[in-house]
Design a protein around this ligand. Structure first.
Ligand SMILES: C[S@@+](CC[C@H](N)C(=O)[O-])C[C@H]1O[C@@H](n2cnc3c(N)ncnc32)[C@H](O)[C@@H]1O
Length: 217
């Protein structure tokens, strides 16, 4: 059964005091990519609060699922490419419907982590977004391979991701060292959330900004 959830962004992100909202089509009991995960709500709020960084910037969202962070970036004037696994046509089709529903013109692309398909080589995002993409240990290296490639493809670019910190930050630290990356910012996902939104979320969610280790910015 599909439902539409409405997500407000504004001073207090309240219904009666908002700048805009995004409607998301969710299909419960379907694939992971068919509903909005808490990490997505937190990353979307961060994008909103960091809005000066997004105007006119090229953004790629990885494992976008229902794409809330990428859609907020598009609303703020970024040129956004929303991606999810090329093997998940139902997720990609749902992204298209959500873009149409919100009248947002984003490119939608099938992109499986760790797979070297032609469109990947033409991507030059200044900001890469990923909400709850670090959840399956066996996929971490594939994800980091794609992220590292994209960071190398655009000097000065950054990967901003939110994840459930289930076993400490050690695994992420290990992966960053392994892939020649560094953390430029690490914050508690709840530290910047408006109370109205935080109240409905649970977990230990971290937000991290990751760059190539040898860049100076
Ligand atoms: C937990 S869901 C998060 C979805 C969305 N970002 C959110 O937070 O609401 C993980 C997403 O990653 C996508 N995904 C999983 N494995 C993938 C892979 N190997 N390549 C690309 N996308 C993948 C799934 O289809 C799904 O949309």
């Amino acid at each position: 059964m599909s439902t539409v959830s409405r997500h407000y962004f504004g001073c207090e992100s309240l219904e009666d005091d908002h700048s805009f909202y995004i409607d998301i089509i969710e299909i419960m009991q379907e694939d992971y990519g068919m509903y909005v995960w808490p990490c997505s709500i937190i990353l979307a709020e961060y994008v909103w609060q960091q809005r000066l960084r997004f105007s006119g910037v090229s953004v790629v969202e990885l494992g976008a699922g229902t794409s809330l962070p990428g859609l907020v970036a598009a609303k703020l004037g970024a040129n956004v490419i929303l991606t999810d696994s090329s093997h998940k046509t139902e997720v990609l089709e749902n992204i298209e419907k959500i873009c149409n529903l919100n009248k947002l013109n984003c490119r939608i692309l099938g992109l499986a982590w760790g797979e070297w398909q032609t469109p990947l080589f033409d991507l030059h995002p200044q900001i890469i977004l990923g909400a709850d993409v670090l959840y399956e240990n066996t996929d971490f290296d594939d994800l980091f391979a794609t992220v590292t490639f994209l960071l190398q493809n655009t000097p000065g670019s950054v990967f901003i991701t939110t994840y459930h910190n289930r076993s400490g930050h050690h695994l992420i630290e290990f992966l960053m060292v392994k892939w020649g990356l560094r953390c430029s910012k690490l914050i508690d996902g709840f530290s910047f959330m408006p109370q109205t939104k935080a109240a409905s979320l649970q977990g230990n969610i971290q937000l991290v900004e990751i760059m190539l280790n040898h860049t100076t910015n």
